[in-house]
Design a protein around this ligand. Sequence first.
Ligand code: UT7
Length: 325
Amino acid sequence: MKLYSRITGTGSYLPPRRLTNADLVAELAAQGVETTDDWIVERTGIRARHFAAPNVSSSDLGLEAARNALQAAGVLPQEIDLIIVATSTPDMVFPSTACILQNKLGANGSTAFDVQAVCSGFVYALTLADAMIKSGAAKKALVIGAEVFSRILDFKDRTTCVLFGDGAGAVVLEASETPGILASDLHADGKYVGILCVPGHVSGGQVLGNPLLKMDGQAVFKLAVGLLDEAARVTLAKAGKTAADIDWLLPHQANIRIMQSTARKLKMPMDKVIVTVDQHGNTSAASIPLALDTAVRSGQVKPGELLLLEAVGGGFTWGAVLLTL
Ligand code: UT7
């Protein structure tokens, strides 16, 4: 009998501090940085984002999302044998955020590690968990995207600091005789390291280099549209499906204009695209599971529907996952 992995529960968590564009514009103006609600909405579709309190880390946000996903799946922490956390804003240099979260959750003894693929982190982590379940290495996995991007933003750089937010999303992925995850496609091209990066690093007790996010937005935008389209087509072909079969396109929530271009290329109407970027901003690896949980809990997405998840991010990394919920 063929073995699949299937999502049996979703969860998410947003830190309580919500900043509308107007709130952020006012805060930035006080520091001499000029931007407007109109610019942010027109160029990105973002209207609000959440920022975590200074003492709250990615493992804290991920923990809440994981608890919600476990509750939805009816699974206890002790039953989990694999935890993968996708994050670019880990609690520490080491150990992994997954190990820290595992202990807080009380799932001690499971396999636990982080995946670093920036905004593509969740599709990378989900693909890994799927492979481990299909191989028999795991049976019940928690796949989590958790970020505190507000910690690595340069609030003097208006071209980036208005784009990102904090949050977490999680899924419980279980071995199943019914599909499940149908196909995925992952790629990276390291020659683009410089267009989206946080170049700083720890050395000799100091942070060397700039520890804040740098992005060539236009270069990222141009690459993203082509690569997302390619990943979508390859993933669909692997499962013998076409774009017409998809109930919902769930893109990484970075910019509404990138989502519109991707949908247009796949000839999908925007009412089949899950959009939360307006309320969450870009939460990097958390954006897809956060949007998925939002859509599941609102009743927008229903069991049995076909979803195409797709993401691009620093690295440059990109990929897609096709699944039946
Ligand atoms: O999650 C990883 C993936 N990341 C992304 O997907 C990001 C991809 N890139 C983008 O989303 C877009 O390129 C941005 C939203 C970052 C920028 O939008 P754009 O339409 O490419 O704007 P631009 O960089 O061409 O800038 C246009 C103008 C510039 O002024 P001038 O040179 O035309 O006078 C900027 O200085 O907008 C100005 N500008 C701003 N103005 C007000 C840039 N940022 C701001 C701002 N407020 N926050």
